[in-house]
Design a protein around this ligand. Structure first.
Ligand code: CA
Ligand code: CA
Length: 199
């Protein structure tokens, strides 16, 4: 039974620092030119909610990604939105990071995106002034959140209208802090099994 406890603790330890996001760099599906007006589950791992559409930007005709070849253009023709559900432990602390920039052609120059996870929500603005498709000025952004459920929806929602987009790449969610009750529960369950064995 000790082995089970140790295995459980090891699994939890491995879970910390592992990226929970699938297709985090938007490299799937692989395209050779920018793919426009993607909806539903066109991008594996992600869900584009009903009524929204996004583009998958490729450097052959759009901008250079933060990493890999491809990145997300959050607007297809207007306000875009994309979400992903991840398994979480209630009360554990998670760090969401992503690379952020914007199409330099955005009207007014400022990309605006609302990022939401569990009860945490923040607006991120990016000034595209002086940047080009070859030099997007990608910067890493962070949102820390506490999970409230076994499943958490991570959401990116554009706050600007038009065909020109906020740009997103390399999304990551890692657990940074296991809630104490979870650790205590694991030890308590272990203790229960040991007592049973003795009887
Ligand atoms: Ca990428
Ligand atoms: Ca677009």
């Amino acid at each position: 039974m000790c082995k089970t406890i140790i295995t459980t603790i090891m699994v939890l330890a491995l879970t910390v620092n592992a990226n929970l996001i699938v297709n985090s760099g938007f490299e799937d599906p692989a395209v050779t030119a920018t793919a426009y007006n993607l909806t539903g589950t066109d991008i594996p791992g992600w869900v584009i909610p009903d009524g929204y559409a996004v583009d998958l930007a490729h450097p052959s005709d759009k901008w250079v990604a933060a990493s890999g070849d491809q990145s997300l253009a959050l607007n297809a023709l207007t306000y875009g939105k994309i979400t992903q559900q991840i398994a979480t432990i209630p009360q554990a602390i998670y760090e969401l990071t992503f690379m952020y920039a914007g199409n330099p052609a955005i009207e007014g120059g400022i990309a605006k995106t609302l990022v939401t996870a569990a009860g945490s929500s923040q607006q991120y603005d990016f000034d595209t002034t002086g940047y080009t498709h070859a030099d997007m000025g990608w910067t890493q952004q962070v949102l820390v959140f506490a999970a409230t459920d076994n499943v958490t929806t991570v959401s990116f929602e554009s706050l600007i209208d038009g065909i020109n987009s906020p740009a997103i790449d390399d999304v990551s969610v890692v657990m940074t802090q296991i809630p104490e009750p979870a650790a205590i529960a694991i030890l308590a369950i272990g203790g229960l099994f040991i007592r049973r064995k003795r009887i």
